[in-house]
Design a protein around this ligand. Structure first.
Ligand SMILES: *Cc1c(COP(=O)(O)O)cnc(C)c1O
Length: 470
């Protein structure tokens, strides 16, 4: 595929790891920030908002499809299921569905979001380490594919499958125990990970083979060997182990019992620059090389990418409420902090974010630059989006943008200090040189904050009495 694939979105995804859409994405983002200020989505009264680049999301979806289309034998069934946990917003799921991307859900809530978005049950996969009986029943009744996590969950499936037939493809999650990456909290294939059946544990491999031979309805193997911080080669190794297991099960069953491999998600995102690297095409190529046979057409495939589809297409924009100085350090106090960038604030070393500076009109701020802290609004000193960052000197009324926050950031509001969830707006060209916005999620109101905090139960504690006492 040397010359590069032209995707429907216009992005060129060649073999060099660069992505021709990267520069255009930055231009679109700058235009959207200016338009958001101009159109009043942001201002003194609305000091923070989140923006989603519809064009960019479509491009990423197209790049994912193109990468696997180019790699697999013609006719191979491939379901790309977006990991809903990455961006649990109904309009995003609908957009991806329209782009041919289904949904990977991991709770009753995520299943409900995917259904609200209109994703067809046969384009969903239900993975979760703690599925309840009720959740399993619902998934099986709908025909949603289920990947069991452990032997006890398989026992439950035994009972449910016996009680009533289901269209749901059923699988088992395995943990190839190939090791972790640079971020412990997102390393899912360590020796002691909580996910799946640990394949290298004494007797486990054989146990899994038997579990399949005993259950003719078990037809899928699932692995998700990591997320941000995991080298691609390690992910490919996890898929290779899973493939080897499928081959052994099928050989001993004497038929193609395992017909689908779910290879999970986990493609890392480059948070350090605008370059899209690694690309889906690179990962697909690596998989083809490391796991000969994977793409040959004998197995259908499911993927579950989350962060890599959405991260780059989200931007949090926040007003600089005050600019001050402390101990010689400049501090811009903004409205984006721990409530929107929880991981970055609590683990800044693992989750650094790029910050862009804009003036009060939303135009990219020219120099002079200065070393600054970008602080959030929460009342603890560690609430910093960035520390000691060299940026154009921020002043009161300017805006900062936290880039690449489309996954696991503003859609994952953290209610510290009862800070309100910001509005989320999608943007796209309006057809006449400007930018059009559409509401994706309403900003949370103060009344909603009170209600969500038990406002209907004011006297609950003051009227409580110990039983039997008067
Ligand atoms: C979180 C998760 C994903 C998505 O991971 P990303 O790093 O966002 O691509 C996919 N599958 C499972 C089972 C997950 O838990």
């Amino acid at each position: 595929m040397g010359a590069g694939n032209r995707t429907p979105g216009g992005a060129v995804d060649g073999g060099n790891g660069r992505h021709a859409g990267d520069g255009e994405r930055a231009v679109r983002r700058d235009e959207a920030v200016r338009a958001a200020v101009e159109q009043g989505l942001l201002g003194a009264g609305t000091p923070v908002a989140a923006l989603l680049d519809v064009t960019g999301i479509r491009e990423s979806a197209a790049a994912l499809r193109a990468a696997f289309d180019a790699a697999v034998a013609p006719g191979t069934p491939v379901l790309h299921a977006f990991a809903v946990k990455a961006t649990p917003l109904v309009a995003v799921l609908r957009l991806l569905d329209q782009e041919g991307i289904g949904a990977e859900v991991a709770s009753a809530g995520e299943l409900a979001l995917a259904r609200a978005a209109g994703v067809a049950p046969e384009r969903m996969v239900f993975d979760a380490p703690a599925k309840t009986d009720a959740e399993l029943r619902e998934a099986l009744a709908l025909g949603v594919a289920v990947n069991a996590d452990n032997p006890q969950e398989l026992d439950r499936l035994d009972a449910l499958v016996q009680a009533s037939p289901t269209h749901s493809p059923l699988g088992l999650r395995v943990n190839p125990q190939i090791g972790g990456g640079t971020i412990a909290a997102t390393s899912t294939a360590t020796a002691t990970s909580k996910f799946g059946v640990a394949l290298r544990d004494e007797g486990a491999w054989e146990w899994v083979v038997r579990a399949f031979l005993d259950r003719p309805w078990l037809t899928r193997l699932h692995t998700h060997t990591g997320s941000q911080g995991i080298p691609l080669s390690l992910m490919a190794q996890g898929v290779a182990e899973t493939y080897r297991l499928a081959e052994e099960i099928n050989a001993r069953a004497g038929r193609r019992q395992v017909d689908t491999l779910d290879i999970g998600g986990g493609l890392p995102v480059n948070f350090a620059s605008e370059a899209t690297t690694p690309t889906y095409a690179q990962y697909a190529r690596l998989l083809g090389e490391s796991v000969p046979g994977l793409f040959g057409g004998r197995y259908g495939l499911v993927t579950e990418f989350g962060r890599s589809l959405l991260a780059r297409h989200g931007t949090v924009v926040a007003r600089v409420e005050y600019a001050k100085s402390a101990g010689g350090r400049r501090v811009a106090v903004t409205h984006a902090g721990v409530q929107l960038a929880t991981r970055t604030v609590y683990a800044p070393g693992a989750w650094p974010l790029r910050i862009a500076a804009y003036d009060a009109k939303g135009c990219p701020k020219p120099g002079p630059e200065a070393v600054q802290d970008i602080a959030g609004p929460a009342c603890f000193s560690g609430d910093l989006l960035a520390q000691g960052r060299t940026l154009p000197l921020l002043e009161q009324g300017d805006y900062v943008a936290a880039l690449d926050t489309g996954a696991y950031y503003f859609a994952h509001h953290y209610a510290y200090n009862s800070l309100a969830r910001p509005g989320v707006y999608g943007f796209a060209p309006d057809g006449s040189g400007g930018v059009a916005f559409a509401m994706v999620r309403e900003p949370q109101t103060i009344e909603e904050i009170v209600a969500d905090s038990g406002g209907a139960h004011t006297d609950a504690l003051t009227v409580l009495r110990a039983p039997g006492r008067s």
